[in-house]
Design a binder for this molecule. Structure first.
Ligand SMILES: *[C@@H]1O[C@H](CO)[C@@H](O)[C@H](O)[C@H]1NC(C)=O
Length: 161
């Protein structure tokens, strides 16, 4: 018979594995003229060393951006592009509505801290390359022409492994 103690041990080990894999770590990023205040950018599966996040094919890394809006935001959409050499390739997201799939509830209020979070599938078809990831949160209602719709703009380095 399986003892309770060994069951417990199995449970603890499994739990540890799950928790470790989904751990967020701060990543290095560049803020490309975000309108809102970016407080931190974290990702899972980014490891501890170096500046490039190794994104394993078949995995689904998650990003978390803590921010404070400077204006009230009713709608927010995610757009992710990867730069390979000089070519931009869009990343497909199942849900690009940040207000429903991004762990935030709209409308977003001025000065409140939000933790936007979204995962992205690293498909098995992706080539083994270094990429520059451009993560955007766009406000479709913002008609201003000073770089307007771009509420958040973040660039970080990754590689598909
Ligand atoms: C979702 O948002 C809450 C705060 O509203 C935050 O505490 C939590 O860490 C966020 N979840 C993820 C997966 O980022």
């Amino acid at each position: 018979m399986v003892s309770i103690r060994s069951l417990l041990l199995v449970f603890i080990v499994l739990f540890g594995v799950v928790v470790c894999q989904s751990r967020f770590r701060q990543i290095r990023y560049k803020n490309c003229k975000s309108k809102l205040d970016i407080l931190s950018v974290e990702a899972t599966e980014c490891g501890e060393s170096g500046t490039r996040c190794p994104f394993t094919r078949g995995s689904e890394p998650r990003i978390r951006i803590a921010f404070k809006p400077k204006q009230r935001i009713n709608k927010l959409e995610t757009a992710v592009r990867a730069k390979l050499g000089s070519v931009f390739v869009p990343f497909h997201l199942e849900n690009n509505d940040a207000c429903t799939g991004g762990n935030i509830t709209c409308p977003l209020e001025v000065g409140k801290t939000y933790y936007y979070s979204q995962s992205v599938k690293i498909l098995n078809e992706y080539p083994n390359v270094d990429v520059q990831v451009n993560w955007l949160l766009q406000n479709p209602e913002d008609q201003s022409n000073d770089g307007g719709r771009r509420e958040a703009c973040i660039i970080f380095l990754a590689k598909v492994v």
